[in-house]
Write a protein that binds this ligand. Structure first.
Ligand SMILES: O=P(O)(O)OP(=O)(O)OP(=O)(O)OC[C@H]1O[C@@H](n2cnc3c(O)ncnc32)[C@H](O)[C@@H]1O
Ligand SMILES: [Mg+2]
Length: 203
């Protein structure tokens, strides 16, 4: 089976990539399988910049092509926060619960119509041999007043998807993987990935 390396240490992302890529006949490895993988500092001001930083650092370290994901939640009533700070919004402990709680607190008293938000995912495909490629995907929703559901990760329990009438954490993995920002980004990467791998094999 072909293997693709995803430069992430996030278990929730890893699970989603495993199921998204198994549908394409790829096995996924992540940095959770690489004990000495460095923590790449996410110093960029955009999701794309951070995805590139992570992908290029790990591709260089492993001497192999990799995909990195930088993603987050953009809340309109919070001027786009937590944005690129989504993972560490409530501090460096990177607690999903604390981050979610902080967003709910900041939105206290904000009416439903103004609780619009979107998830954004930038993917970077990098190799020691080729120019880095980036793509992105989004998913629209509303921030609920309380968490609901136990599937998924991060802000999923407070992210309500109108079309499904459920939060992301109430969707099955399969359902979320049809409509998520990550799935849309991966779709955009699809055509480019084939070309990239062909060039990679020729090198
Ligand atoms: O950098 P890596 O190692 O990939 O892992 P990370 O958790 O630090 O990932 P990011 O820097 O991209 O931060 C993204 C944060 O945005 C949130 N997030 C991203 N995608 C999400 C999703 O599908 N559902 C819920 N929350 C999501 C979640 O809290 C993540 O920690
Ligand atoms: Mg991160």
């Amino acid at each position: 089976m072909k293997t693709v390396i995803i430069a992430t240490k996030n278990k929730g992302k890893a699970k989603e990539f495993e199921s998204l890529f198994s549908a394409k006949g790829y096995e996924v490895k992540t940095l959770l399988d690489v004990p000495d993988a460095p923590d790449v500092e996410e110093t960029g001001t955009t999701f794309e910049e951070n995805a590139i930083l992570k992908a290029e650092a790990i591709a260089h370290q492993l001497g192999h092509f990799v995909i990195a994901d930088d993603s987050g939640l953009i809340v309109d009533a919070l001027d786009g926060r937590p944005g690129v700070y989504s993972a560490r919004y409530a501090g460096e402990s990177k607690s999903d619960e604390a981050n979610t709680k902080k967003v709910l607190q900041e939105l206290e008293g904000v009416p439903e119509a103004e609780r619009t938000a979107r998830f954004y995912c930038a993917l970077a495909l990098a190799s020691p041999n080729q120019e880095t490629i980036t793509v992105s995907g989004t998913m629209e929703g509303l921030i609920t007043e309380q968490p609901s559901g136990t599937n998924g990760f991060g802000y999923d329990p407070v992210f309500f998807v109108k079309e499904q009438g459920k939060t992301n954490a109430e969707l099955t993995k399969e359902e979320k993987n049809q409509i998520s920002h990550r799935a849309h980004a991966l779709k955009a990467l699809d055509e480019k990935l084939g070309q990239f791998l062909k060039r990679e094999e020729g090198m």
